[in-house]
Design a protein around this ligand. Structure first.
Ligand code: UTP
Length: 795
């Protein structure tokens, strides 16, 4: 194979120069090269190359020459795709043609003249493709190298000092703040020309005291006063006057749009047009309407700043004030937030580079730190509800129906009695979240404690009609936050899960990093400065995560164990309601459902038979006659099994309660019941036999069967009837059905002090032909998806 010029062999594996990452081994390298990021950059590089080849560099024109004049002139050589003029001084332009032949024709002409001036036209400079744009967009990228940072941190004498140093190094400098103020002022001056009385208000990290050198400038364009202005003007126009009472006339832009009825997308396009055409220094203006809150993104060339403008987002301005307040309440808040943010960035669990993405956003991460400080004993920070009670009447604040009241000044809040130092608090932060049941609970800064997930399962998910609902009514309307693997309620907008974007994968990484950090913080290497010049304290904690390297936690997961995570979001409403009424025993109810589904999967879909011959007889006959009708019956048995798993053969008994007083035999005397009131951990146990290689060639058989049926294509494990047919096909075509594999399965439910999940432990009990690994490998990807599919249908 030809060596790839992007890949370099380095002592610890490989380096992809294109993506700027280290890769530890060949399998990871292969995965990396097929991965989205690498493929995207390859395409981007090819596109840039084509653009360079199709472009010429032009200079020598008059400074007031417009892009359209240049385009018109160069049109004679072929269609012009784009003309970019150096905005500051109009000294040069890049003219990009749609085809490379036009470039050649342009360069072949010896002389070019425009407006009586001789133009200089040359090939566009070819630049090596670098991840320059990523660097610019990398919002928390340190302005010092990691080596320099480590050096600075090692010079200190304690973790406490290191954490203070983090603030010193990363906080916004006076110049950073001034640059931001300048942009705010500039935008205010320009926008008010077109949108009278509007206000540009900064929020987010530029002003919340947690900002870093390269963070974005988040801005709200508040159009409430402009709306009022428009109303006044329209009224006075109707009365035959052409000026509003305050003497201002409605600008032409405002006469084109009705602010009261315009959609956010229309408003954003308007703002984007003003930025593009009338705001000096502003470029790369882009509207993103698909975001939860649509934004206009822009850059400021001279000040090297990137910004986002959202419209009327008053809640964000208010929650920024809340973060400022928390930061002012205790001097330990900022060092903790800066250290945690940097750690999370290094471990690739927070800080989505361009806004949206599957990682925690910095706001959510900051809320996790503040929440921990509310729950530590004694608390460092009060809950939002307590803060509300400390506010005076003038500080009352309700935005969009949400109570956002808290004191404006830290002085109104009594100081914390907690005396832990920073080093202890950071350790405590990792310990707290390494044992946290993210999927089974909801973080509430409002209450200052976790709320059971069951409180959010049975609610109505209709969004209140803002026009109709009064503020109080809206507060009371039971709007449901989008539940996911991580649930952090916004302190004010109580139906918004600020971590609603988190994927299972990020959640898994998050948990792993919390556990790793907790383990490291227990060591002396964290707590004490090394006398031998080795890295210590934060330095080791900030080691970047290397793509593809498995941690010790991953290694543990390699034992034959499969996890079925609790995912509230996929459950049917009726099952959610049932879980909700089970309150704190919801895990048992959910686990029993999982157990009954496991029986369906092993008995009916994968056609395993119970190992015990006495137990098998009846059910084996039943399994063999599997039809569509039976499939329905299976699902019905799931429905009716929510309080008591069906008594299929194979399930022997739940181990945890098998000797206990509450255990009772099923009518067949083969299994014990799971009692909802039983203590954790609940355990169930099965012995199965598989006589056919139901894992072998499944994907191919599925594809073939799908071609000859009316079923629409579903992923592996996405449809029980297809999977049953695939198994049936394998069994019918198995020429050697004697390769018997016996295995046992222990299932248990865990939660509360770790993530709610069912842990399935497999063990081969007889495997003469050595098939167990293949079977387990198949189950590892098939089973979670299959169980999820059946759970999602289960009433
Ligand atoms: P970010 O997550 O960008 O946080 O949200 P940040 O502190 O500005 O960090 P950088 O910019 O990544 O360094 C910016 C602001 O958006 C609002 C909050 O006001 C937050 O401070 N926000 C964000 C919400 O109101 N809700 C959300 O779910 C996310």
């Amino acid at each position: 194979m030809e060596p790839d010029p992007d890949i370099q062999t380095v002592p610890k594996g490989f380096r992809c120069k294109l993506c700027d990452v280290n890769i530890p081994n060949e399998p990871s390298l292969e995965a990396h090269m097929k991965g989205k990021k690498h493929q995207h950059l390859c395409r981007l590089r090819a596109k840039r190359k084509a653009q360079e080849e199709n472009s010429v560099y032009v200079s020598g024109f008059k400074p007031d020459t417009s892009t359209s004049e240049l385009a018109e002139y160069f049109q004679q050589f072929g269609p012009v795709a784009e003309v970019i003029v150096d905005k500051e001084r109009s000294l040069y332009a890049i003219v990009e043609f749609a085809e490379s032949a036009s470039t050649e024709a342009t360069l072949a002409q010896l002389q070019h003249c425009l407006d009586g001036l001789k133009l200089r036209v040359k090939p566009r400079e070819r630049k090596e493709f670098k991840l320059a744009s990523k660097e610019k967009h990398d919002r928390t990228k340190p302005h010092i190298s990691l080596e320099k940072l480590n050096h600075e941190l090692c010079l200190t004498s304690s973790v406490n000092e290191q954490m203070q140093k983090m603030v010193e190094i990363f906080q916004l400098s006076e110049n950073d703040s001034k640059a931001r103020q300048l942009v705010v002022q500039l935008l205010q001056e320009v926008l008010v020309e077109f949108l009278p009385d509007c206000q540009i208000v900064p929020f987010g990290s530029s002003v919340n005291t947690f900002g870093s050198h390269s963070c974005d400038l988040d801005l709200v364009l508040d159009l409430e006063n402009t709306k009022a202005f428009q109303n006044r003007t329209r009224k006075s126009e109707q009365m035959g006057e052409n000026q509003s009472e305050d003497g201002q006339s409605e600008d032409s832009i405002l006469s084109d749009i009705d602010l009261a009825t315009a959609s956010p997308a229309e408003l954003l396009e308007l703002v984007a047009a003003i930025l593009r055409k009338c705001t000096p220094g502003v470029h790369k203006v882009q509207t993103v309407s698909s975001a939860r809150l649509p934004v206009v993104k822009f850059s400021h060339r001279q000040l090297s700043l990137q910004g986002d403008i959202t419209i009327n987002n008053r809640l964000a301005v208010r929650n920024t004030r809340f973060l400022q307040l928390c930061s002012g309440l205790d001097s330990r808040v900022r060092p903790l937030v800066y250290s945690v943010r940097f750690w999370a960035k290094q471990k690739q669990i927070a800080g989505n580079p361009s806004g949206g993405g599957p990682l925690l956003n910095n706001y959510a991460l900051t809320l996790l730190v503040l929440f921990y400080l509310q729950t530590v004993s004694p608390p460092v920070l009060p809950s939002v509800e307590q803060l509300k009670n400390m506010a005076c009447e003038e500080e009352e604040c309700v935005i969009d129906g949400w109570d956002c009241t808290f004191p404006s000044q830290p002085i109104s809040v009594p100081p914390s009695k907690n005396t832990d130092d920073l080093c202890t608090l950071l350790f405590g932060f990792f310990t707290y979240y390494s044992k946290f049941d993210f999927p089974g609970s909801v973080v509430s800064l409002r209450a200052g404690c976790t709320l059971p997930i069951t409180e959010f399962l049975s609610r109505d998910d209709e969004t209140p009609d803002t026009a109709e609902s009064s503020d109080a009514a809206r507060q009371k309307t039971t709007v449901r936050p989008k539940l996911g693997p991580v649930n952090i309620l916004d302190p004010f907008e109580l139906h918004h899960n600020v971590a609603g974007n988190i994927t299972e994968r990020t959640h898994k990484n998050l948990r792993r990093e919390f556990c790793e950090a907790e383990k490291y913080c227990r060591s002396l290497q964290y707590q004490r400065k090394s006398s031998k010049g080795k890295s210590w304290g934060l330095v080791k904690l900030f080691t970047p995560r290397v793509e593809g390297v498995s941690s010790s936690q991953d290694a543990i997961e390699k034992i034959p164990e499969i996890i079925i995570p609790f995912r509230a979001a996929i459950l049917t409403q009726s099952f959610r309601t049932e879980l909700s009424s089970a309150a704190e025993t919801f895990r048992v109810v959910w686990f029993k459902k999982v157990c009954s589904i496991l029986e369906v999967v092993f008995n009916d879909i994968l056609k395993c038979t119970p190992s015990d011959q006495v137990e098998i007889s009846q059910d084996q006959t039943k399994a063999k006659g599997d039809t569509e009708e039976e499939e329905v019956n299976n699902n019905q048995s799931l429905d009716s099994s929510s309080h008591q798993p069906t008594a299929h053969a194979g399930i022997k008994r739940p181990l945890s309660i098998e000797e206990g007083p509450s255990s009772s035999s099923s009518p067949q005397g083969k299994r014990m019941r799971l009692e909802p009131s039983a203590d954790y951990p609940e355990v169930a146990h099965w012995n199965w036999t598989q006589t056919h290689p139901v894992w072998a060639g499944r994907r191919k058989i599925r594809r073939v069967l799908l071609k000859t049926s009316d079923e629409t294509s579903k992923p592996e494990g996405g449809c029980s009837s297809i999977e049953s047919r695939v198994t049936q096909y394998i069994i019918e075509n198995d020429s050697n059905p004697k390769d018997k594999l016996d295995f046992q399965l222990d299932a248990l439910v865990v939660g509360s002090d770790e993530c709610t999940k069912a842990v399935l432990k497999f063990k081969e009990t007889s495997d003469p032909t050595g098939h167990f690994q293949d079977f387990f490998h198949f189950l590892d990807s098939f089973l979670p998806k299959m169980v999820e599919t059946l759970l999602a249908k289960s009433e």
